[in-house]
Design a binder for this molecule. Sequence first.
Ligand code: NAD
Length: 257
Amino acid sequence: MRLKDKVALITGAGSGIGYQTALRLARAGASIVAVDINEEGGLQCVADIGQRGGSATYVQADVALAADCEKMIAAAESTYGKLDVLFNNAGISHADDDDAINTTETVWDQTMAVNVKGVFLGCKYGIPALQRAGGGSIINTASFVAVLGAATPQLAYTASKGAVLAMTRELAVIHAQENIRVNALCPGPLRTELLMKYLDTEEKKRRRLVHIPMGRFGEASEIADAVLFLASEESSFVTGSTFLVDGGITAAYVTPE
Ligand code: NAD
């Protein structure tokens, strides 16, 4: 098993990428600390892992709050004795996020609090735990929008993911000689709740799909497989990367008819 005897903490484990990754890493042998602000989703994830014979515990936390992040890391160490893998994945995409003229300060601040400060706080309390464990792997969820602009604007979201990407690179360099690897996972458009609630008509979906060479949205489970690689020793020489899992969207200028 690729993650035998490893302990992995996953934020946003109650839905989408986080949920599927929790199942995937548990199947690979890891004990899972499933963190989410949404108790129902988090408990469902833990129950699902338990039914499949894995080990998981739920911690309710808001990643935008320092005390909650300190608590979730402490829970990993007190429950399983250590932390090896930290997946800072929780993120929001605000319904009123727009261009510079129309995005309110409130929307900007809320987005930055979860998407950027949440990753910072996860690292602030998680890195000392990884140091105590003798090293480990951090995966921060950015997005393909960290490297591509869109005419369907979500300015705060895009800026927040750019910040995650830059923060990840610097963390990777700082901790490179401590046996701690830090990578930015950049998913392309996925068929999860976060995106589909906006693309609620066939026309809106088609407008997006035309930019994806593969001609389909990705699945959260396909992102989970990439996280497993970044979490495991198979990626032992990979750090500071912009790890794109995007169906070719960032490679394309003109897509197939
Ligand atoms: P999702 O909405 O299905 O799941 C996100 C989870 O995070 C939810 O369970 C939610 O309750 C939790 N969460 C939200 N705010 C939180 C907080 N403050 N503290 C703790 N938990 C919180 O979304 P998803 O598609 O699985 O997205 C996961 C990550 O992937 C996000 O960072 C998102 O920005 C990123 N991403 C998604 C896509 C996509 O197309 N879906 C593409 C690129 C990047």
